[in-house]
Design a protein around this ligand. Structure first.
Ligand code: APR
Ligand code: ZN
Ligand code: ZN
Length: 376
């Protein structure tokens, strides 16, 4: 039965209030308006940033449908859409690419002004929502909202990908993998033979390790509190791993000692804590080191640090989505995955049916998984 132009009733995971479990309920999804696309989600990963929505670290409007790391198939298109057609495989983009704003026109940047991720309006460009529950609007999340069987996104916020892409794997290119891998390959531009330190060996930090290795780093030091992630970090390219819990002195001093007082060429923070962001900065070479913030800092966090850390010549950078430009880079990464240039299997530890979404969040909070992917 053709659903184009009609309201679709389907299951979605709605968050009604902060610090509550998600509720799987039947919602109504309106047809896409002009320049919008309705997408049937096939698989969606559970990312730490979604948990930041659930626990209130990332401020949003309620009720809301979180989820931003997915792969789906276009069900129908609104007037004027030419980029995709029904049946195309797509990855929704939490950083859209409108192609017209200053960020989009700069080939090095990716924070499109149409992105809602940091504005948090939870609405489509026209200021309304396409989701409703019991007749009341439900907010969108980060231009995407993927914890639902059907979503509506602007055509700016989808990347068309290889139709043969396996949904449960390729969905990670929508956030976690690209964020980490790009932080190393695009933001830091890690050079062959260099030394790197990666703070946090989770779903984001491990792809940083993969990116450092792909870029040809000769030394990759993984830093993580618990040691359970060390074997997989080593499998993916870490040459050594250390836990800050094994030392009395600050971890940046440990890293300086490990590098004969030089510090590493590149350091990455993939945890999202201010203390480890400063420790990562202090771990890179004082004159030519580059440190990249990859983990999402809490919305209201502030930090105090010695200006000397920067004054001597270190470079401190932030990296959103690994500096990937969605429409250009996401299809390329999917092709590279298909060509086996990298392997996502080691970081996908759990695949669950959509109904078990709250169990997936428990696995994330207990540190029992690297990535959990939901199959819709
Ligand atoms: N020092 C060292 N390691 C730590 C510390 C610490 N103080 N605190 C936590 N860790 C480790 C955890 O043990 C875990 O292995 O950091 C890792 C973080 O990984 P995940 O919990 O899997 O989080 P991840 O999904 O990788 O996201 C990390 O990136 O995009 C953001 O929102 C995301 O801020 C989050 C960050
Ligand atoms: Zn733009
Ligand atoms: Zn994410």
């Amino acid at each position: 039965m053709c659903t184009a132009g009609k309201v679709i009733k389907c299951k979605a995971a709605v968050l009604f209030e902060v610090k509550q479990p998600l509720h799987i309920v039947e919602i109504e999804v309106a047809p896409p308006k002009a320049h919008e696309v309705r997408v049937k989600i096939l698989a969606s990963g559970i990312c730490r940033s979604d948990d930041h929505v659930l626990n209130g670290t990332l401020k949003v409007k309620f009720p809301i449908i979180p989820g931003h790391e997915a792969l789906g198939v276009v069900e129908s298109i609104g007037e004027g859409v030419t980029y995709v057609k029904p049946g195309d495989k797509v990855i929704p983009l939490f950083l859209p690419q409108c192609g017209k704003c200053r960020a989009c026109k700069n080939p090095q940047r990716n924070l499109c002004e149409k992105s809602d991720t940091f504005k948090g309006t939870g609405l489509m460009y026209d200021g309304t929502s396409r989701f409703s529950y019991k007749g009341k609007p439900v907010h969108h999340f980060a231009n995407t909202s993927t914890f639902t069987e059907y979503t509506v996104v602007h055509e700016d916020a989808v990347a068309k990908v290889d139709p043969a892409a396996p949904p449960e794997k390729a969905c990670l290119i929508g956030c976690g993998f690209s964020t980490g891998y790009g932080a190393a390959t695009k933001t830091a531009k890690v050079t062959p033979g260099s030394s790197c330190a990666v703070f946090g060996l989770g779903g984001v930090g491990l792809p940083v390790v993969m990116g450092c290795k792909a870029a040809g780093a000769s030394r990759i030091i993984g830093i993580n509190r618990s040691k359970d992630k060390f074997p997989i970090a080593k499998e993916l390219g870490a040459t050594e791993c250390v836990s800050p819990l094994d030392f009395k002195k600050p971890i940046n001093e440990v890293l300086l000692e490990m590098t004969d007082g030089e510090g590493v060429d590149y350091s990455f923070e993939a945890i999202g804590r201010t203390d480890t962001m400063i420790a990562a900065l202090a771990s890179c070479n004082m004159n030519y080191g580059t440190s990249v913030m990859v983990g999402l800092p809490p919305s209201e966090a502030e930090m105090t640090l010695s200006p000397t850390l920067i004054f001597t010549g270190r470079t401190w950078k932030g990296s959103l989505f690994g500096d990937m430009r969605g429409k250009e880079d996401v299809p390329k990464l999917v092709s590279e995955l298909m060509a086996k240039k990298f392997n996502l299997d080691p970081i996908i530890t759990h695949v669950l049916p959509f109904d078990k979404i709250n169990e997936g969040f428990e696995l994330l909070r207990n540190g029992k998984c690297i990535r959990t992917v939901l199959k819709m």
